[in-house]
Design a binder for this molecule. Sequence first.
Ligand SMILES: [Zn+2]
Length: 244
Amino acid sequence: MSSALPVRASRHRGARALFTGRTGGVSTGDFTGLNLARHVGDDAECVEHNRQLVAEAVGAPLVFVDQVHSADVHVLPETGPVPVVTADALVTTRRDVALAIMVADCLPVLLSDPVSGTVAAAHAGRAGLLGGVLERTVVEMARFGARPEDVTVTVGPSICGQCYEVPEQMRDQAAELLPAVHAVTRWGTPALDLRAGAVAVLTEAGVPAAAIDAGAACTLEDEEYFSYRRAARTGRFAGVIRRE
Ligand SMILES: [Zn+2]
């Protein structure tokens, strides 16, 4: 069944990186399709089945984290079982597991360095991005010898800067910390462009702009993706990366 799972692969040398969508899973109702989250009210057996489909597609068991919009980065143990911890990013050089970050509007950010063989996955919503989760992920990758100039990044499907409407005060406070997030919706109201913020933070950390792909679909506009803004009761899709 893995070949039937439509996933958007992205180009990372030395790693297999992909983003899932709604198509291909067994969940129904509000979670129709490939919901990967247990905490949203979906049937547990459906979620397990869906997770197994993704694990087959990537060729390794998935490692998740309990995401809490923090800037905490978890470095996996070098061998053995991987406990589920509370964090918002994962880093490893292991080949026997795949790192998974679940989202429904937030940014799923996949990073890899083919030189050191380091891969990482990060969850960057407004709080995590402003809190420094991406900078800290790059720093943790460097502990394995990954140099920022060798890192490739894909920012997956997420809410775009023309859709992510926020109160003006929130927009202005965020832009004070990270000017690149300042945006306006298509209909002229205050917004945040978290993708532009991610690109700014990563380039500031030394990742070449040309090595960052932030052109994915908008989750609010494209119904192939779960969007919390579109429906509060909904599933989660994932960004997944595995060292090859
Ligand atoms: Zn949009």
